[in-house]
Ligand binder design. Structure first.
Ligand SMILES: Nc1ncnc2c1ncn2[C@@H]1O[C@H](COP(=O)(O)OP(=O)(O)OP(=O)(O)O)[C@@H](O)[C@H]1O
Ligand SMILES: [Mg+2]
Length: 354
């Protein structure tokens, strides 16, 4: 986590997800950015059912290089390339410590991190940012980011395989928060951002003065396709098609029916996600003493699922919308009306200036 202002003319944000790679290429303007180009490319086999363990991380390299070529990005010429790591073995957490001078901070935080973060000891790689120092108590609020050497090595192997020199590497949930904070005029209160991917959902609670919270929920669009497969006894390909066309709107109707028939079978994915979000909100209210939730904002590919906004709004009782982080982004004519919440994280990466 760099803290200095960075100088650059163009930037590239690379979001390597389990389902697809999202790449955005921006030009820095005096104020804000201009979108030069973007691309979203799936990295999983089309239309056939797969499990994550079938997929090796090698598959990313040819796809990423291909995207760089078609977008005519020369990685040697662009100084500001930002990518992200996420999933298991990455973690981001706000903690409070007594005031410590710089020399002592790092080693003290290493011990703190072991207490707070679910990541194994000697393999842990740590980064931190001092958010504020409380005047009265002299306590420090610190954002701790941690991962393992293995996660970082695998990530750099993918980038260097595509002839990209790894630049800044952020934890996904931080990029999610940035994508929101850099494109919103915020009121007081707290905002809940859900980055709904294929195999997981990053949940971030963020507010200008609120305690930062992040966790991953281990369900996403892949599980929604599987739900449809089971429910309608159809193939993965048919279920995926049904998901993209109809979403979960039809589902809700059949759910009501099955409730009447007392068929209390397993919960569906969107129900599970809503329940986990609810649980985390309750935890946050207790831990941070703040329940001023203003909005739930959905980003990621699965944010586009038909019926999801309405479902979350109803279940969580907080105004919910799809979030398009394009406020500080000038869109050339050819991209007008192409705002896509699936690009939000990549935009958050490319837009960071410090
Ligand atoms: N219009 C749509 N309606 C519903 N789902 C969609 C739509 N477009 C894409 N998706 C789903 O979004 C998911 C991909 O989103 P995204 O690119 O955010 O995931 P990812 O970053 O690759 O995954 P993860 O973050 O879990 O590793 C897939 O499950 C895909 O089926
Ligand atoms: Mg993702």
């Amino acid at each position: 986590m760099a803290k200095k202002k960075l100088k650059f003319k163009e930037s590239v944000g690379i979001d390597i997800g389990s389902h697809s790679i999202k790449l955005v290429h921006l030009k820095k303007l005096h104020q804000g950015f201009k979108l030069l180009n973007y691309e979203i490319k799936s990295t999983v086999p089309e239309g056939v059912e797969y499990t994550l363990s079938d997929l090796s991380s090698d598959r990313y390299i040819p796809i990423l290089s291909g995207m760089m070529r078609t977008m005519k990005i020369n990685p040697k010429k662009i100084k500001h390339i930002v990518s992200s790591i996420g999933g298991e073995n990455t973690s981001l957490k706000q903690i409070k410590t007594i005031f410590l001078p710089d020399e002592e901070l790092e080693s003290a935080l290493f011990f703190e991190a072991k207490k707070h973060l679910p990541i194994g000891g000697s393999e842990m790689v740590l980064d931190y940012q001092v958010l504020s120092i409380e005047e009265k108590t002299n306590n420090m609020n610190i954002l701790l980011a941690a991962t393992t050497k293995d996660v970082l090595t695998e990530h750099s192997n993918i980038l260097s395989g595509a002839e990209i020199t790894p630049g800044i590497v952020d934890v996904e949930s931080l990029a999610v928060a940035n994508s929101f904070a850099l494109n919103t005029v915020m009121e007081e209160g707290v905002y809940v951002i859900l980055n709904l991917g294929a195999h997981k959902t990053n949940m971030v609670i963020y507010g200008p003065k609120a305690k930062f919270f992040a966790r991953d929920i281990s369900w996403g669009g892949f599980n929604i396709t599987k739900d449809l497969m089971k429910k309608h006894n159809i193939s993965f390909e048919e279920a995926d098609k049904m998901k993209l066309e109809a979403g979960i709107v039809e589902e809700k109707k059949t759910e009501e029916k099955s409730m009447l028939a007392l068929d209390i079978s397993e919960k569906s994915t969107h129900e599970q996600i809503a329940l986990e979000v609810k649980r985390s909100l309750r935890f946050y209210v207790k831990e941070a003493g703040n329940s001023d939730f203003r909005k739930i904002l959905l980003i990621g590919g699965t944010a586009k699922l038909n019926g999801l906004v309405e479902y979350f709004a109803e279940q969580l009782n907080i105004p919910t919308e799809i979030y398009n982080p394009y406020a500080n982004l000038e869109m050339p004519e050819k991209f007008k009306n192409k705002q896509d919440p699936q690009l939000a994280l990549a935009l958050g990466l490319a837009m960071r200036t410090e």
